[in-house]
Ligand binder design. Sequence first.
Ligand SMILES: [Zn+2]
Length: 488
Amino acid sequence: MKKISSLNFPFHIIFFSIQPILFLYVKNANQLNFEQVAKPIILTFIISSFIAIICKSKLNFTSITSLCIFFFYYQYLIYLKLNAFFTPLKFPINPFLFFICSLLLLFLLIRTIYNKNVNSYFNIYSFFILISTVFYFDTFKKSISNKSETISSSNNLRNSNKDIYYIILDGYPNSTTLKTEYGFDNHLFINYLKNKKFYLVHNSISNYSLTFLSLASSLNWDYVNREIDDVKSIDRTTFYSLIQQNKTFNYLNKKGYTFINLCSGWGPTQFMKSADINISLNNKVNEFTNILLNTTILAYMKSYIPVLYTNTEVIDHSFSTLCKISLINKKKFVLAHILCPHDNFELVEPNDVITPSTFSRKALYIKTIDSLNKKVIATLNSILNQSKEKPIIIVQSDHGTSFGFNEADWANPTDKVLKDRMRNFSAIYFPDIDLADSLMTISPVNNFRLLLNNYFDEKLPILKDTSYFSNYIAPYKFKNVTEIVKFN
Ligand SMILES: [Zn+2]
């Protein structure tokens, strides 16, 4: 009988199976409890060890197993990356064809290595990848800052008992952009809001161009430029912590508010540790497992796999929850970060997207805006009708749109690009207060300053509206573009 040396034991089957799970956890460590991750890791460890023991005597078979594991985890991710690159160049990749091609490539690779003993190479390689993931985690943990927020005094004469809703429609464009760029007159939606006594901030500009900066700023009522020392950094930890432990909730918590977060499906607002209640679609698998499985080849068939959910389901779930949430008999601050329109077509019929000849991409985008408007209207009707006391509602986008932008637009934005991205949507409902008398412009950094001054007798200064543009490659290389994007 052939003797197997310890280096020939197929550890790589175990390492390759665990590494993607560990990596996903590391990337999101500041928003996750380890308990959420422990189950998939332990389960994967047991199954992969079992497979490794079974096939250790068939060394050819072990490398094939690892290639298949790699295919399972990474094929879909590679498809997403390539598709994101080629779609703006008008060459969207057909997922079915890509799957067949990668399957052929897999068979070719298997044939090439079938008669070779690559076991020890695979062991060394997988060990190296696993170790670098662990080291990455170590550096990552050290950089987590623990910023504490100073909260203003709580000895105010007047304290509001009104529920507060902060509804963020990610990337919803300003009405001017919709009109000039898409020829879409958004007056039906605007008129609805005006009839309900919302103050429409027509000339609204966002303070930042990226979601994590915009939310860190609006939830902490301040500009966040000074939070970063190294402008070349791409580490988002400080800002994710600012979103997670935000000043707004710290303040409202002292006023007896319950913080309810509607899990968004995105980074820091997916699961907020500081929230009293995180509402998610967890009747199926937990968020971590869902995100993990959604990056594997199972994602191609997610509509047929009952345990997985799609972005559209998360969006629908957020709206249906908002429709019922006013019935919860607690004084509450509700944060609903909704990843729509977000330059996607989440709310249109899947068939319309698959056959783009029927509708242009711009037309699909407008269809998305239209469907979203209807959902927002139905939701606001429910909140306004069911609330015992008139609630405070802010419906706002974190920044404008970047629909149709390519890499050059992000790297060297023209004035048009800057206007599209920085002019956002903002509608504020402060019951019994006429905002038209008190302000001409308001950017998200001032939302809660204005709110606390009006309902909690604070005397917070209103900050100057400033717009800082930066891109994903250099998020902290801020460019003050206020003069370019502001309305004349
Ligand atoms: Zn955003």
